[in-house]
Design a protein around this ligand. Structure first.
Ligand code: MG
Length: 498
């Protein structure tokens, strides 16, 4: 970006260096997940740690913080204002939280990850408990160093989604919680709910990869700007404005995992690839928040990938690639849209998914506010599962120990998954007013959809905060009504509800 402001130029120079280091680190991490032989782990961890230290040092240069403070309240253009706002927000953690605490957190989370892994395997919460207690107390301390108005948990939420707070989340999650748990009861009472899909077929990874490549082509994700590899957990990573890579995982007995994750990760990648190139290596680069990022991946995965019209278009290709006699169009649609209240978040369907998040959100909110104890989490979890889903996990491995997030100290992260679903539904509502969405899906013509997203969302990168972006695109604040309507319309029809 262009600027005549000398202080902004200085900030851009500083950020450029930080961003380059960040991309180098991303390349190393991509390699670790995709290619690296196992014995390289030790050395790679040292290499990554050095880069993190170099980046931390750059953030902690007094010149950077002083320039940011001097610029507060001065006359700036829209782009310049966003540069200052973003850098201040990114730097805040380093400026305010003492280095001692940052290091303590990094040390304890490394150990906590190992303890969590063991606790999950042995189904014994006690192994993880002392680490989680330490992490929670550190998170409370970190919140006290960061700024918040009403609730200490707000300070942590803001690290993942700018300006997000408990008051707002309560206002959208409460109606969502009620609507969804009521609707699930209706689905469970339906006749169709008894039909269980079965996957006895074998789906060769090579054919799954061909299917993925075909869809990526429709989505205009090109080999010149990215690549598809395999890794234990699918992810997307940005190595440069013109190099955004994705991964997936192939299961031989079920095509759904790679199908959904390829489309999901490509949604993340298209967002990064669609940002205004003038923003590259500036604080306006990349997606603005985890929530908006997840809206792009969820949009492609669910609103497109699991849409019966799009599946009708793809059905002949499924048949040609997999040669499965038993596969019918109906079984394909049902297989990808089966509603099944279960214990595990990452296996959840579109209807139940947000309830998994609301459960975690309520526990995090209450634990950071000291109204429940770490010791009580497993029981709290079981009670909430029962009231939200009508089922109780018999083990903590299927309950409070299932996710990796708390072992890394990522308190405040979970809600962004649900925000992604809600943003996606609200964006789609607007998109449908401007494009013949159904016709485009039925004919597999995804180009105009990519273009619409690029023009209305992607190109802005991190210029607008999520609440501004949602206002600009949809004319209103984020709310849960479009998501609830979408779910009710789609699943009432799939489950033949009255
Ligand atoms: Mg994602």
């Amino acid at each position: 970006m262009q600027t005549k402001n000398k202080s902004i130029q200085l900030l851009l120079t500083k950020y450029h260096e930080i961003s380059l280091l960040d991309k180098i680190k991303a390349a190393l991490e991509w390699d670790l997940n995709v290619n690296m032989p196992s014995k390289g782990v030790e050395g790679r961890s040292q290499q990554s740690t050095l880069l993190t230290e170099l980046m931390t040092d750059l953030w902690l240069k007094p010149e950077l913080k002083n320039t940011l403070l001097e610029l507060q309240g001065t006359q700036l253009t829209e782009d310049e204002q966003a540069v200052v706002r973003n850098m201040y927000r990114l730097g805040k953690y380093y400026f305010r939280v003492p280095k001692k605490i940052i290091l303590e957190k990094s040390e304890i989370t490394t150990k906590a990850f190992v303890a969590w892994h063991e606790a999950k395997q042995k189904n014994d919460f006690k192994i993880f408990r002392p680490y989680l207690e330490k992490i929670v107390s550190l998170e409370r301390e970190i919140a006290s160093f960061l700024e918040y108005k009403d609730n200490p948990y707000d300070a942590l939420l803001d690290l993942y989604e700018p300006d997000l707070n408990v008051k707002f989340l309560d206002s959208i999650f409460t109606p969502l919680r009620n609507e969804l748990s009521q609707f699930i009861i209706k689905i469970k009472e339906s006749k169709k709910y008894q039909d269980k899909s079965s996957f006895n077929g074998r789906y060769s990874p090579k054919m799954q990869q061909k299917l993925g490549a075909y869809i990526l082509d429709l989505m205009q994700y090109s080999n010149a700007e990215g690549r598809l590899d395999t890794s234990p957990h699918p992810f997307t990573t940005t190595l440069d404005r013109f190099d955004v890579r994705i991964t997936t995982k192939y299961l031989e007995n079920d095509y759904r995992s790679s199908y959904a994750s390829i489309i999901h990760e490509a949604g993340h990648a298209l967002y990064e690839l669609g940002v205004n190139p003038h923003y590259s290596y500036t604080p306006l680069e990349g997606g603005v928040s985890l929530g908006i990022h997840e809206s792009q991946s969820r949009f492609w995965e669910n609103q497109v990938g699991r849409n019966p019209l799009f599946l009708k278009f793809l059905f002949p290709i499924f048949k040609t690639l997999f040669h499965e006699d038993e596969m019918t169009y109906e079984s394909l649609v049902h297989g990808l849209n089966e509603v099944k209240p279960g214990f595990i978040r990452i296996e959840a369907d579109e209807v139940t998914y947000n309830l998994h998040i609301i459960l975690r959100y309520e526990i995090e909110r209450d634990i950071i506010n000291n109204s429940i104890k770490v010791d009580d989490i497993p029981e709290y979890w079981r009670d909430k599962m029962q009231s939200l889903f009508g089922i109780t996990p018999s083990t903590d491995a299927e309950g409070a120990l299932q996710d990796i997030h708390w072992s890394g100290g990522s308190f405040g992260y979970f809600p962004t998954y649900s925000l992604g679903n809600l943003y996606a539904a609200q964006f789609t509502h607007t998109l449908k007013k401007e494009l013949s969405f159904d016709d485009l899906l039925a004919s597999g013509e995804l180009g105009p959809i990519v273009e619409w997203l690029r023009k209305n969302i992607h190109t802005y990168g991190s210029l607008y905060y999520p609440h501004e972006l949602v206002q600009r695109v949809t004319g209103e604040d984020l709310n849960s009504k479009y998501f609830v309507q979408y779910i009710k319309d789609k699943y009432s029809s799939l489950y033949q509800l009255k």
